[in-house]
Design a protein around this ligand. Structure first.
Ligand code: BGC
Length: 380
């Protein structure tokens, strides 16, 4: 009897230590895909009450709760409550997109003397292009998920996926991991790593739609945006870059100083007409490959702020021009025109066909490494 109670005390004691200290997040069941594959969700929290949930389907971020200037939490990303809704219809809410994020002209590129054909799953101005990895891109596959406890005590989740040679028309077996961490400095860090056994274009990015007022709380036009970019890549009617790097100065594309997203979005400008608003790649001033500030956003009514840092040379700023109220989000509210914006850190669209753009070709024996940080905050 005596030894039994001693055992109990020890067990309770070690349990208490574990319960108090940080732990790696565990996988929880979150529905199934249409072929019956189980989908899991991981919940990352930090010491300031920020909570980020991500699932193995599409490595999709389901929700991010952050405090406003008064400490009131709201979920600042668009999305749904069930896997089924994501499978049915989503404009890439919260997903990792790839193998090639954004568009490739005519769904074709040449590499090593061979021409590769991809599905043309997108159309603008009557011209078809390949968008975000194809008919079944990385946003529509089930990744393997593993909860992590980082050295600094923060929580993370590592998603891995093997994209097979020929998948969606791309060459080479691409072994990819995307790690999300949520630090106690309120930073959501995303680390991409990939290797291949044949040369292939790779351009992966995170496609969360933010609304710093809280998802479902109207449009994002009063958010003030700064982009650390003095040039952008104008597009054709198909939303394919013309190949030019054009200065933003004196145009509605100049966000070098914080400016309301809605301030000039209706300006009489051919580029804005092509995109139906902002849907362009900005050429970041930092082209050195080290982590640097790319964007800052401030929402005046709640005081929430968002900073984006990246090692990537570009950022696609998309202001939700294709949202039209047909989708109802997780709190039962319709996502209307421009109710969310994306800041997709990336290499430039159509790089495999544009010799003057930084290369997106990953070769065997080389490792792709890319980091992006979304830093959450608020100000009075
Ligand atoms: C593209 C938009 C597209 C959206 C997804 C963005 O990355 O630039 O043109 O409509 O993704 O629906």
């Amino acid at each position: 009897m005596k030894s039994y109670s001693l055992f109990c005390v020890a067990a309770l004691c070690s349990g208490a230590i574990a319960a108090d200290g940080p732990k790696a997040p565990t996988a929880e069941a979150f529905g199934k895909t249409t072929d019956g594959t189980a989908v899991e969700v991981f919940t990352l929290t930090n010491t300031n009450g920020i909570k980020l949930r991500a699932m193995t389907y599409g490595a999709i971020v389901l929700s991010i709760e952050t405090p406003d200037r008064d400490g009131k939490l709201a979920d600042i990303v668009l999305g749904f409550n069930t896997v089924d809704e994501y499978i049915k219809d989503t404009p890439y809410f919260g997903a990792v997109v790839g193998r090639y994020g954004n568009r490739i002209a005519d769904g074709k590129f040449s590499l090593g003397g061979k021409t590769y054909s991809l599905a043309t799953n997108n159309e603008n101005g009557g011209i078809k292009t390949a968008l975000h990895g194809g008919l079944k891109g990385f946003d529509k596959v089930v990744w393997k998920g593993e909860g992590l406890l980082n050295k600094d005590g923060s929580q993370g989740v590592k998603f891995t996926y093997l994209s097979k040679d020929g998948e969606e028309g791309y060459p080479g077996n691409l072994s990819l991991s995307v790690t999300y961490s949520l630090s106690n400095k309120n930073e959501w860090k995303i680390q991409y790593a990939a290797t291949t056994d044949k040369a292939t274009p790779v351009n992966v990015t995170q496609h969360s739609y933010f609304n710093l007022k809280g998802e479902g709380n109207g449009d994002i036009l009063s958010h003030e945006l700064m982009l650390a970019a003095s040039k952008y890549t104008p597009v054709t009617a198909a939303l394919i870059p013309t190949g030019k790097l054009t200065p933003v100065a004196g145009t509605p594309f100049d966000f070098t100083k914080p400016t309301a997203i809605g301030g000039r979005v209706k300006a009489d400008d051919e580029q804005l007409k092509f995109g139906g608003g902002y849907d362009h790649n900005w050429v970041l001033d930092n082209q050195g490959g080290e982590l640097a500030l790319a964007a800052k956003v401030y929402e005046p009514t709640t005081g929430r702020t968002l900073e984006v840092l990246t090692t990537e040379p570009g950022i696609q700023f998309y202001c939700g021009n294709f949202l039209d109220g047909t989708l109802t989000g997780k709190s039962g509210k319709k996502y209307e025109f421009r109710n969310g914006f994306c800041l997709e850190t990336q290499h430039y669209p159509d790089s495999p066909n544009q010799a003057n753009f930084p290369s997106t070709i990953l070769k065997p024996g080389k490792a792709l490494k890319s980091t992006t940080v979304f830093r959450f905050g608020s100000k009075k």
